[in-house]
Design a protein around this ligand. Structure first.
Ligand SMILES: Cc1ncc(COP(=O)(O)O)c(C=O)c1O
Length: 311
């Protein structure tokens, strides 16, 4: 039932055909899925490519699995895309897995089809499995794309998706993994030793959520757009620079040079105004000169933060 709904959802929104019986694996959240994938594919001596800056769970899960983590740097001047020439300079022989995530957290960078084609070509050339973590494609983004929509991607890509962001179901713990039958069977072989089937009412609720139409995503994005406007105001007050076209649930901004880095700015704002903004360096040192502000709070709270900072 849930797998059928996921298959229809992928067709409707991403134009990707997935076999509901063999190419989809419902998950207890995509975070848990990252762990399942690392445990399935990584052993001691294997290497994994992870983005810097990036979601910290990729590094922790890969480390727990015993793998050697190779962080690839994303830079603003390269649109926060991987630099493939730099990637090629690494010893890629032991690299089994590469994590990518667009729309990217924490920078909010959207993907392009060209980037996705390059990723698939890179994976094929080096025989690396790509895990695309795609939870933000519906948040402040009119054009959701799946890496699986790229020709040939099914051979080298596993894609994670989540109900936490697109359907406000974070606490319910439901996610999904899509890919070829071979890959799904491999992950399931590990996962079925860790957990068991999902409570039926939860599956039914998740399936129902996937039937929601454009209006659902539109009203969700109206809320985030309003919050984002306020966050822009807050960041302007701190003289931070940011790109207004970013997607996802956060705003990423570079800190003015009067501060040593994002940690210093975050500390000052916390001490003087009792407002917490996340230092970008917690996502990797390539984020040191940035801060990330969450949109997961009410407009009123953001408004109050602005007032406190002004005062
Ligand atoms: C990039 C990224 N991937 C995965 C997750 C995990 O989402 P969930 O486990 O709720 O599906 C998050 C949530 O914070 C995230 O930011």
């Amino acid at each position: 039932m849930l797998r059928n709904s996921i298959s229809k959802w992928y067709k409707k929104w991403y134009n990707v055909e997935l076999n509901a019986d063999t190419e989809i694996l419902p998950l207890i959240g995509s975070k848990e899925g990252i762990m399942h994938i690392c445990m399935t594919y990584l052993d001691e001596g294997d290497s994994v490519l992870i983005p810097n800056p990036g979601y910290p769970t990729y590094r922790s899960a890969a480390t727990i699995a015993g793998a050697n983590v190779i962080a690839y740097t994303l830079k603003e001047e390269n649109n926060w895309f991987p630099d493939f020439d730099e990637l090629e300079k690494n010893d890629l022989n032991n690299v089994k897995l590469m994590f990518v995530n667009y729309p990217h957290m924490p920078t909010g960078q959207l993907p392009t089809k060209e980037l996705f084609h390059k990723l698939v070509a890179f994976a094929k050339k080096h025989n690396i499995l790509i895990c695309h973590d795609n939870p933000y494609s519906f948040i402040l983004n009119k054009n959701p794309i799946s890496l699986l929509s790229i020709e040939g991607a099914i051979d080298v890509v596993l894609e994670l998706n989540s109900f936490s962001k697109s359907h406000n179901m974070a606490g319910w713990r439901v996610g999904m993994l899509s890919g070829s039958k071979e890959r799904i069977d491999e992950v399931l072989r590990f996962k079925s030793n860790m957990d068991s089937g999902m409570f039926l009412p939860l599956q039914l609720a998740a399936a129902k959520a996937l039937e929601l139409d454009q209006e659902w995503y539109d009203q969700l994005n109206i809320v985030y757009t309003k919050r984002r406007e306020k966050v822009f105001e807050l960041l302007q007050l701190l003289n931070c620079r940011f790109d207004k076209t970013q997607a996802g649930m956060f705003v990423w901004a570079s800190v003015p040079p009067v501060y040593k880095d994002g940690f210093e700015l975050s500390d000052i704002v916390l001490k003087e105004s009792n407002v917490f903004i996340t230092p970008g360096g917690i996502f990797g040192n390539a984020g040191n000169n940035y801060v990330r502000v969450s949109l997961c709070t009410t407009e009123e709270k953001i408004e109050e933060s602005i007032t406190r900072i002004k005062n």
